[in-house]
Write a new protein. Structure first.
Length: 127
């Protein structure tokens, strides 16, 4: 049996987006020397906000995070391009990796806190 709440669904989406950002950043870093490669990315905050809006406005009041449409990273504009056409900046990607790792760890800690509170409520009568 799977029990979900709007909070756990939101945290599920948060972790999914954090994981995607880690994957996209790793892909960019792996292609730093690929001629013509264009840096990809997405706006994490905007995607999370859009996801929360969709979850809250669904007919049932809480849409499953798994039923949300997937995020498709796109080209990042405004980056300096090297003569070979590649525009990956390892400094930028290192910062994005650190940010995504922090977001993921924060999401995991929040989820742990939610489950700890639920378990405490369940076992309250045993104290």
């Amino acid at each position: 049996m799977q029990i979900t709440t709007p909070v756990t669904e939101a945290l599920n989406r948060y972790l999914d987006l954090s994981s995607l950002e880690l994957k996209v950043t790793a892909q960019n870093m792996a292609n730093v020397d690929t001629p013509g490669y264009r840096t990809e990315g997405f706006d994490f905050a905007a995607e999370m906000s859009h996801s929360l809006d969709r979850m809250n406005s669904s007919e049932s009041g809480s849409m499953s995070a798994a039923s949300l449409p997937p995020v498709h990273p796109g080209a990042v504009e405004g980056l300096l391009e090297r003569p070979d056409g590649n525009n990956v900046s390892m400094d930028r990607e290192g910062m994005k990796m650190a940010e995504a790792q922090l977001q993921f760890r924060s999401g995991v800690e929040l989820l742990k806190h939610v489950f700890t509170r639920e378990l405490d409520a369940i076992h309250e009568d045993q104290k």
